[in-house]
Design a protein. Structure first.
Length: 113
DNA sequence: GCGTTGACTATTG
DNA sequence: TCAATAGCCAACG
C-alpha cells in the first residue's frame, strides 16, 4: 500500500478502504488511518473525510462500518446519523450490547488480518 | 503557508 | 466507566 495520497486525496483513499470492508464487519477509524498512512494519528482525518462524504456516495461507501476504537458510535456529523448507522449495522447482523457497543472481537475486521 | 477544524485515540484522575 | 487533557494528521479557508 502506498504511503499517502498518490492516487487522489487522502479521503478518497479512505473511501476506497471503507468500500473494502466486507458485509457484516466493522473497523475503527484508527485501523483505517493505520492502513493508509501507516499510523493511527490520522484517525481524526478519517472521520473528517467521512464527514465530508457527499450524499451521492453515502450509498456506495459503507461508512456505517467504521466506528471508534471502543466499538461505539460517536457520530456528531448530522442528526440521526448514529441511529441510522446502528440500524444499518444491525441489518447486517452486527449485534449491539446494552451500552450501544459492538463486539470488536467478533465483528471487527482489520485490513491486515 | 498558517491557523482552525474534527464521525479519533491514549492517558490520567 | 466517565470526564478532562494532550497528541495526532490531513483538508479547508
Amino acid at each position: 500500500m502506498r504511503p499517502l495520497a498518490s492516487d487522489g486525496t487522502f479521503y478518497e483513499q479512505v473511501y476506497a478502504k471503507v468500500r473494502a470492508i466486507p458485509f457484516g464487519r466493522v473497523t475503527t477509524y484508527g485501523a483505517v488511518s493505520e492502513a493508509l498512512a501507516g499510523h493511527a494519528g490520522a484517525a481524526r482525518t478519517v472521520g473528517w473525510a467521512l464527514g465530508a462524504l457527499p450524499r451521492s456516495q453515502l450509498d456506495e461507501v459503507p461508512w456505517w462500518r467504521v466506528i471508534n476504537a471502543r466499538g461505539r458510535i460517536s457520530i456528531s456529523s448530522w442528526p440521526g446519523a448514529a441511529e441510522a448507522q446502528r440500524a444499518r449495522l444491525e441489518a447486517e447482523g452486527v449485534a449491539f450490547g446494552p451500552d450501544d457497543r459492538t463486539d470488536l472481537d467478533r465483528f471487527g475486521w482489520w485490513f491486515a488480518e
